[in-house]
Design a protein around this ligand. Sequence first.
Ligand code: AMP
Ligand code: ZN
Length: 504
Amino acid sequence: MQQELKIQNSLSRQKEVFKPIHEGRVGMYVCGPTVYSDVHLGNCRTFVSFDVIYRYLTYLGYKVRYVRNITDVGHLEGDTDIGGEDKISKKARLEQLEPMEVVQRYTVGFHDVMQVLNALPPSIEPRATQHIIEQIDMVQSILDNGYGYVENGSVYFDTNKFVKETDYYGKLSGRKVEDLMTETRDDLKNQSEKRHPSDFAIWIKASPEHIMRWQSPWSVGFPGWHLECSAMSTKYLGQTFDIHGGGNDLKFPHHENEVAQNIGSCGHAPANYWLHTNMLLMNGKKMSKSDGNSITPEELFTGNNPNVSKGYSPMVLRFFMLQSHYGSTLDLTDVALLAAEKGYKRIMEANQTLQGLQHSGNGSASELDQRIQGQIAQVHIEMNDDFNTPKALAVLFDLATTINRLQGGQDKLSDVQPETLAQLQQVFQDFLFDVFGLKDETATGGGQGNADLMNGLMDIIIEVRKGAKETKDWPTADLIRNKLGEMGVQLKDGPEGTSWTRDI
Ligand code: AMP
Ligand code: ZN
């Protein structure tokens, strides 16, 4: 069953066969949140996408070291590299808090949301402020290698020199070097300190009012935003590692500058594969807090937002996200969420039915059996094709139809080999729960137990109705059928006895 995993690499713009540097092990770095306010659902989409990637790599048997940082310093307003105010400092100033109080509050909030969405914690979650020494060392290496210069206590990366000596700048973002080199950002202060408009700050001298500041050989200041990811990925994953991820809005300047810093400091590009998630939109427009087009997880769960007609559960949200490929945009609308809610319920109920199916022990390698086996393989093929969750889910939905037919008696378990049924039960459990990271919110008493209970109760009800029919107690037999029908459970009398199905 093991096929090759293929990944869309932003660096080559090609789908490539994934070959880890060390056999059986994967190092993956994902840019984490800037903890100056509540995460919005756009952020969640990126982290849920990487959670599924992490889970699938683990499912394939890799030992994954997953590093996702917390940005708690250096990310300036407007995503600029100088001139803007630090996002965390600004929040601290506005709310009269210590910067670390801001960081603590929103880091805890972020973790809570990740837990509710059933996203696994990363193996290491380093914070920028705890790696100032590593960042200062990296700035020093860049200076030693001649790719940086000091101006009035700040240190800048010399993009002009980098472009002349390497062919890396612009490679990841696909921007033309000439455009990058002529781009000016007149809106920013301190531009005059740069030798070239496209140079970017790697150490910034703190102005007197700036509260987050550290000693360095060049000034009392703070690191540039891009630097933390270069320094922390190198520290925990080595100079070159397997996968670097983030939202595609980070490709430029953040990731492009990260590559420049890594090569400028140690001569190696950081990652072999760059994965970028696409943006979550709301009603067709990028979800972004600064544009006011955003919704928090809490608002979605409670329905307390004008963009939704009611609250949706965390697993419906997760399922909604799985229904699109991480590389495509995803538009959050009330209609799409309602559809996701139905789909989620249908797949969970199919799984409950499946886990309750019991094989008598005799089954043939029929056409149906072959088809089920082919679909089981297909689920893996789709996931190996750049983690294609929507297509893998579509196969599970096809299988759900078969499961309901088996339950309803339209298809016969005697046409399915016991091993095939066991494999099918396993693949649903593995993919729904371990790989897609869903939880069964439809089962009050917990997945398998609930399905067993339902099957047991239906056996008793069918037995009672059989007794009524045998004594010609038609009113009771009809009452049972009608009441079950009102609850969406249909009885079907056949030569082999009575079977039941549930409306989906
Ligand atoms: P930030 O906290 O702004 O640094 O963002 C954290 C992560 O969320 C980054 O990887 C961003 O690319 C990602 N992100 C921000 N907005 C969206 C969005 N609308 N859709 C998907 N990912 C997003
Ligand atoms: Zn980063």
